[in-house]
Design a protein. Structure first.
Length: 313
Protein backbone atom coordinates (compact mmCIF):
# COMPACT_ATOMS: atom_id res chain seq x y z
CA UNK A 1 0.00 0.00 0.00
CA UNK A 2 1.38 3.37 -0.96
CA UNK A 3 2.05 5.91 1.79
CA UNK A 4 -0.74 8.40 2.46
CA UNK A 5 0.96 11.73 2.48
CA UNK A 6 -0.41 14.85 4.07
CA UNK A 7 -0.18 18.33 2.62
CA UNK A 8 0.68 19.88 5.98
CA UNK A 9 0.95 23.37 4.55
CA UNK A 10 -2.69 23.30 3.46
CA UNK A 11 -4.03 22.10 6.80
CA UNK A 12 -3.94 25.53 8.35
CA UNK A 13 -6.63 26.77 10.70
CA UNK A 14 -7.44 30.42 11.11
CA UNK A 15 -7.76 29.81 14.87
CA UNK A 16 -4.86 28.29 16.88
CA UNK A 17 -5.71 24.86 18.24
CA UNK A 18 -5.62 24.55 22.02
CA UNK A 19 -5.24 20.77 21.88
CA UNK A 20 -3.56 18.32 19.50
CA UNK A 21 -5.53 17.60 16.29
CA UNK A 22 -8.02 14.77 16.69
CA UNK A 23 -8.29 12.16 13.94
CA UNK A 24 -11.86 12.44 12.68
CA UNK A 25 -13.85 10.07 10.50
CA UNK A 26 -14.48 11.22 6.94
CA UNK A 27 -17.14 9.68 4.70
CA UNK A 28 -14.81 10.46 1.79
CA UNK A 29 -11.87 8.48 3.18
CA UNK A 30 -10.41 8.29 6.68
CA UNK A 31 -7.31 10.37 6.23
CA UNK A 32 -5.86 13.74 7.16
CA UNK A 33 -8.89 15.22 8.88
CA UNK A 34 -8.23 18.12 11.24
CA UNK A 35 -10.51 20.48 13.20
CA UNK A 36 -11.36 23.79 11.55
CA UNK A 37 -13.57 26.70 12.65
CA UNK A 38 -15.43 26.90 9.34
CA UNK A 39 -16.64 23.30 9.34
CA UNK A 40 -18.72 21.38 11.87
CA UNK A 41 -16.57 18.27 11.63
CA UNK A 42 -13.19 19.38 10.33
CA UNK A 43 -11.47 19.63 6.98
CA UNK A 44 -10.28 16.75 4.81
CA UNK A 45 -6.73 17.30 3.46
CA UNK A 46 -7.21 21.05 3.76
CA UNK A 47 -9.74 21.18 0.94
CA UNK A 48 -13.00 19.32 1.44
CA UNK A 49 -15.22 20.44 4.31
CA UNK A 50 -17.02 17.79 6.31
CA UNK A 51 -20.68 17.83 7.33
CA UNK A 52 -21.65 21.40 6.70
CA UNK A 53 -25.29 22.30 7.37
CA UNK A 54 -27.41 20.32 4.91
CA UNK A 55 -28.19 22.18 1.69
CA UNK A 56 -30.67 19.76 0.15
CA UNK A 57 -30.28 17.52 -2.87
CA UNK A 58 -28.29 17.97 -6.06
CA UNK A 59 -27.43 15.98 -9.15
CA UNK A 60 -24.07 15.45 -10.86
CA UNK A 61 -23.91 15.09 -14.64
CA UNK A 62 -20.73 14.37 -16.52
CA UNK A 63 -19.53 13.49 -20.02
CA UNK A 64 -16.08 12.58 -18.64
CA UNK A 65 -14.88 11.81 -15.08
CA UNK A 66 -14.91 14.73 -12.66
CA UNK A 67 -14.67 15.37 -8.91
CA UNK A 68 -18.06 17.08 -8.49
CA UNK A 69 -19.50 14.29 -6.31
CA UNK A 70 -17.09 14.54 -3.34
CA UNK A 71 -17.13 18.34 -3.58
CA UNK A 72 -20.94 18.47 -3.52
CA UNK A 73 -20.99 16.10 -0.54
CA UNK A 74 -18.39 18.21 1.24
CA UNK A 75 -20.50 21.33 0.72
CA UNK A 76 -23.47 19.70 2.43
CA UNK A 77 -25.49 18.44 -0.54
CA UNK A 78 -26.99 14.99 -0.84
CA UNK A 79 -26.16 13.80 -4.36
CA UNK A 80 -29.36 12.11 -5.51
CA UNK A 81 -27.86 10.64 -8.69
CA UNK A 82 -24.88 10.61 -11.05
CA UNK A 83 -25.88 10.95 -14.69
CA UNK A 84 -23.00 9.66 -16.82
CA UNK A 85 -22.33 7.52 -19.89
CA UNK A 86 -21.94 3.82 -18.99
CA UNK A 87 -18.32 3.26 -17.99
CA UNK A 88 -16.18 1.54 -15.39
CA UNK A 89 -15.22 4.95 -14.00
CA UNK A 90 -18.84 5.93 -13.36
CA UNK A 91 -19.62 2.57 -11.75
CA UNK A 92 -16.56 2.67 -9.48
CA UNK A 93 -17.06 6.29 -8.43
CA UNK A 94 -20.77 5.80 -7.76
CA UNK A 95 -19.96 2.78 -5.62
CA UNK A 96 -17.18 4.55 -3.73
CA UNK A 97 -19.37 7.55 -2.88
CA UNK A 98 -22.70 5.79 -2.39
CA UNK A 99 -24.41 7.77 -5.18
CA UNK A 100 -27.00 6.06 -7.44
CA UNK A 101 -25.93 5.83 -11.08
CA UNK A 102 -28.34 6.91 -13.81
CA UNK A 103 -28.05 6.70 -17.59
CA UNK A 104 -30.74 9.18 -18.64
CA UNK A 105 -31.98 12.65 -17.78
CA UNK A 106 -35.29 13.00 -15.98
CA UNK A 107 -37.16 16.26 -16.56
CA UNK A 108 -39.19 15.72 -13.38
CA UNK A 109 -36.94 13.99 -10.79
CA UNK A 110 -38.40 12.40 -7.67
CA UNK A 111 -36.83 15.14 -5.52
CA UNK A 112 -36.13 18.35 -7.48
CA UNK A 113 -32.44 19.22 -6.98
CA UNK A 114 -31.32 22.64 -5.83
CA UNK A 115 -28.44 22.64 -8.31
CA UNK A 116 -26.92 20.42 -11.00
CA UNK A 117 -23.11 20.15 -11.08
CA UNK A 118 -21.82 19.23 -14.53
CA UNK A 119 -19.45 19.85 -17.44
CA UNK A 120 -20.18 21.43 -20.80
CA UNK A 121 -20.35 18.09 -22.62
CA UNK A 122 -23.58 17.05 -20.91
CA UNK A 123 -25.37 20.40 -20.74
CA UNK A 124 -28.70 20.42 -22.63
CA UNK A 125 -28.66 22.22 -25.98
CA UNK A 126 -29.82 25.85 -25.70
CA UNK A 127 -32.86 24.97 -27.88
CA UNK A 128 -33.81 21.92 -25.81
CA UNK A 129 -37.17 21.86 -24.03
CA UNK A 130 -35.37 21.34 -20.71
CA UNK A 131 -34.91 25.09 -20.26
CA UNK A 132 -38.63 25.79 -20.55
CA UNK A 133 -39.76 23.32 -17.92
CA UNK A 134 -36.96 23.55 -15.32
CA UNK A 135 -35.51 26.36 -13.22
CA UNK A 136 -32.72 24.41 -11.48
CA UNK A 137 -29.38 26.23 -11.93
CA UNK A 138 -26.29 24.57 -13.37
CA UNK A 139 -22.75 24.95 -12.08
CA UNK A 140 -20.48 24.04 -14.98
CA UNK A 141 -16.75 23.30 -14.84
CA UNK A 142 -14.44 23.81 -17.80
CA UNK A 143 -13.48 26.32 -20.50
CA UNK A 144 -16.55 28.09 -21.85
CA UNK A 145 -17.35 27.10 -25.47
CA UNK A 146 -19.29 29.20 -27.95
CA UNK A 147 -22.58 28.91 -26.09
CA UNK A 148 -25.54 31.30 -25.93
CA UNK A 149 -27.84 31.08 -22.88
CA UNK A 150 -31.41 30.06 -23.68
CA UNK A 151 -34.16 32.65 -23.47
CA UNK A 152 -34.87 33.52 -19.86
CA UNK A 153 -31.50 32.27 -18.61
CA UNK A 154 -28.23 34.02 -17.80
CA UNK A 155 -24.62 32.97 -17.31
CA UNK A 156 -21.90 34.19 -14.93
CA UNK A 157 -18.33 32.96 -15.44
CA UNK A 158 -15.30 33.26 -13.15
CA UNK A 159 -11.72 32.04 -13.31
CA UNK A 160 -9.99 30.51 -10.29
CA UNK A 161 -6.32 29.90 -9.52
CA UNK A 162 -5.68 26.43 -8.16
CA UNK A 163 -2.69 27.70 -6.19
CA UNK A 164 -4.74 30.50 -4.61
CA UNK A 165 -7.36 27.94 -3.58
CA UNK A 166 -4.67 25.91 -1.77
CA UNK A 167 -3.68 23.60 -4.63
CA UNK A 168 -0.23 22.67 -5.89
CA UNK A 169 -0.53 23.36 -9.62
CA UNK A 170 -0.24 26.54 -11.68
CA UNK A 171 -3.63 25.96 -13.33
CA UNK A 172 -6.33 28.57 -13.91
CA UNK A 173 -9.76 26.95 -14.17
CA UNK A 174 -13.18 28.29 -15.12
CA UNK A 175 -16.49 27.76 -13.30
CA UNK A 176 -19.77 29.01 -14.80
CA UNK A 177 -23.16 29.47 -13.17
CA UNK A 178 -26.17 29.17 -15.48
CA UNK A 179 -29.42 30.24 -13.84
CA UNK A 180 -32.75 31.96 -14.61
CA UNK A 181 -32.49 35.68 -15.37
CA UNK A 182 -32.33 37.99 -12.32
CA UNK A 183 -31.18 35.18 -10.02
CA UNK A 184 -27.43 35.58 -10.63
CA UNK A 185 -25.37 37.83 -8.39
CA UNK A 186 -23.20 40.06 -10.52
CA UNK A 187 -19.59 40.78 -9.58
CA UNK A 188 -19.37 38.05 -6.92
CA UNK A 189 -16.38 38.09 -4.59
CA UNK A 190 -14.40 35.14 -3.34
CA UNK A 191 -14.90 34.30 0.34
CA UNK A 192 -11.77 34.80 2.43
CA UNK A 193 -11.90 31.25 3.75
CA UNK A 194 -10.77 29.73 0.44
CA UNK A 195 -7.53 31.71 0.28
CA UNK A 196 -5.47 29.16 2.16
CA UNK A 197 -1.80 28.25 2.12
CA UNK A 198 -1.16 25.37 -0.25
CA UNK A 199 1.41 22.70 -0.87
CA UNK A 200 3.91 21.87 -3.58
CA UNK A 201 4.48 18.83 -5.81
CA UNK A 202 6.62 16.99 -3.26
CA UNK A 203 3.69 16.66 -0.84
CA UNK A 204 2.04 14.19 -3.24
CA UNK A 205 5.08 12.09 -4.18
CA UNK A 206 5.96 8.48 -3.42
CA UNK A 207 9.76 8.30 -3.13
CA UNK A 208 9.69 4.54 -3.80
CA UNK A 209 8.64 4.92 -7.45
CA UNK A 210 11.61 4.18 -9.80
CA UNK A 211 12.99 7.12 -11.79
CA UNK A 212 14.03 7.42 -15.45
CA UNK A 213 17.48 8.47 -14.31
CA UNK A 214 19.25 9.26 -11.07
CA UNK A 215 20.85 12.65 -10.62
CA UNK A 216 24.58 12.47 -9.88
CA UNK A 217 24.39 15.37 -7.45
CA UNK A 218 21.50 16.83 -5.46
CA UNK A 219 19.83 19.90 -6.99
CA UNK A 220 19.90 23.22 -5.22
CA UNK A 221 16.60 23.06 -3.34
CA UNK A 222 15.15 26.06 -1.47
CA UNK A 223 14.73 25.66 2.25
CA UNK A 224 10.95 25.60 1.83
CA UNK A 225 8.55 24.99 -1.04
CA UNK A 226 7.89 27.92 -3.35
CA UNK A 227 4.43 28.78 -4.69
CA UNK A 228 5.41 29.03 -8.34
CA UNK A 229 6.68 26.89 -11.20
CA UNK A 230 10.33 25.90 -10.83
CA UNK A 231 11.56 25.13 -14.39
CA UNK A 232 15.14 23.92 -14.71
CA UNK A 233 17.59 24.35 -17.58
CA UNK A 234 17.16 20.80 -18.91
CA UNK A 235 13.39 21.17 -19.38
CA UNK A 236 12.44 19.49 -16.10
CA UNK A 237 10.59 21.02 -13.16
CA UNK A 238 11.51 20.99 -9.50
CA UNK A 239 9.16 19.15 -7.16
CA UNK A 240 9.66 21.92 -4.57
CA UNK A 241 7.35 24.18 -6.64
CA UNK A 242 4.01 24.02 -8.43
CA UNK A 243 3.10 21.43 -11.05
CA UNK A 244 2.61 22.57 -14.71
CA UNK A 245 -1.08 21.77 -15.12
CA UNK A 246 -0.95 21.76 -18.94
CA UNK A 247 1.86 19.17 -19.08
CA UNK A 248 0.70 16.02 -17.34
CA UNK A 249 3.71 14.12 -18.71
CA UNK A 250 6.23 16.74 -17.60
CA UNK A 251 9.52 15.37 -16.24
CA UNK A 252 9.87 16.26 -12.57
CA UNK A 253 12.98 16.25 -10.37
CA UNK A 254 11.80 14.24 -7.39
CA UNK A 255 13.22 12.74 -4.18
CA UNK A 256 14.11 9.10 -4.81
CA UNK A 257 15.02 6.21 -2.55
CA UNK A 258 16.91 4.58 -5.43
CA UNK A 259 19.34 7.40 -6.24
CA UNK A 260 22.72 7.89 -4.53
CA UNK A 261 22.10 11.64 -4.55
CA UNK A 262 18.57 11.21 -3.22
CA UNK A 263 17.01 12.70 -6.38
CA UNK A 264 15.96 11.49 -9.81
CA UNK A 265 13.82 12.44 -12.81
CA UNK A 266 10.50 10.88 -13.82
CA UNK A 267 6.90 11.65 -14.72
CA UNK A 268 4.25 11.47 -12.03
CA UNK A 269 2.13 8.37 -11.52
CA UNK A 270 -1.67 8.44 -11.96
CA UNK A 271 -2.10 8.33 -8.18
CA UNK A 272 0.28 11.26 -7.68
CA UNK A 273 -1.49 13.30 -10.34
CA UNK A 274 -4.91 12.57 -8.87
CA UNK A 275 -3.59 13.60 -5.47
CA UNK A 276 -2.39 16.91 -6.93
CA UNK A 277 -5.93 17.35 -8.27
CA UNK A 278 -7.23 16.83 -4.68
CA UNK A 279 -8.91 13.49 -5.36
CA UNK A 280 -10.05 11.98 -2.02
CA UNK A 281 -8.10 8.91 -0.91
CA UNK A 282 -11.23 6.73 -0.88
CA UNK A 283 -11.75 7.41 -4.59
CA UNK A 284 -8.07 6.88 -5.39
CA UNK A 285 -8.11 3.54 -3.59
CA UNK A 286 -11.16 2.45 -5.61
CA UNK A 287 -9.01 2.53 -8.76
CA UNK A 288 -6.43 -0.06 -7.77
CA UNK A 289 -6.02 -2.19 -10.90
CA UNK A 290 -3.61 -1.38 -13.70
CA UNK A 291 -6.40 -0.99 -16.29
CA UNK A 292 -8.03 1.63 -14.03
CA UNK A 293 -4.97 3.91 -14.09
CA UNK A 294 -5.97 5.75 -17.31
CA UNK A 295 -9.27 6.62 -15.66
CA UNK A 296 -7.48 7.81 -12.54
CA UNK A 297 -5.18 9.92 -14.70
CA UNK A 298 -8.25 11.40 -16.41
CA UNK A 299 -9.15 13.19 -13.16
CA UNK A 300 -6.08 15.33 -13.86
CA UNK A 301 -7.73 16.47 -17.10
CA UNK A 302 -10.70 17.81 -15.15
CA UNK A 303 -11.02 20.68 -12.68
CA UNK A 304 -9.26 20.12 -9.30
CA UNK A 305 -11.50 19.55 -6.28
CA UNK A 306 -10.20 22.65 -4.45
CA UNK A 307 -11.18 24.82 -7.43
CA UNK A 308 -14.61 23.19 -7.63
CA UNK A 309 -15.07 23.82 -3.93
CA UNK A 310 -13.99 27.44 -4.28
CA UNK A 311 -16.26 28.10 -7.25
CA UNK A 312 -19.28 26.35 -5.76
CA UNK A 313 -18.84 28.00 -2.37
Amino acid sequence: MRPRVTDNASLCSTTPLTSPPVELFSPLGATSVVPDPISLDGVLRGSLLLHRPKLGTCQVWWSSPSLWIPVAQALGFQVSSLLAPPSAAATILAGATGVPLSSRKRNVPDAPPRVIFCDWGCLPHPNASHWSFNSCPFLVAGPVPAWTPPSGWDICTMSFSHAAAGGATDGIFVISLIAPVNSILRNPTLPALVRRPGGVISASLDCRVPCFCALPTPPLVPGAGVRRLCPLEDGTYGSWGLFPSQSLWARIVVPSDFSPSGFGVRVLTPHELSDLWNTPILIQDSFVTADAEPTLRSFASSTPAKVLLTGAD
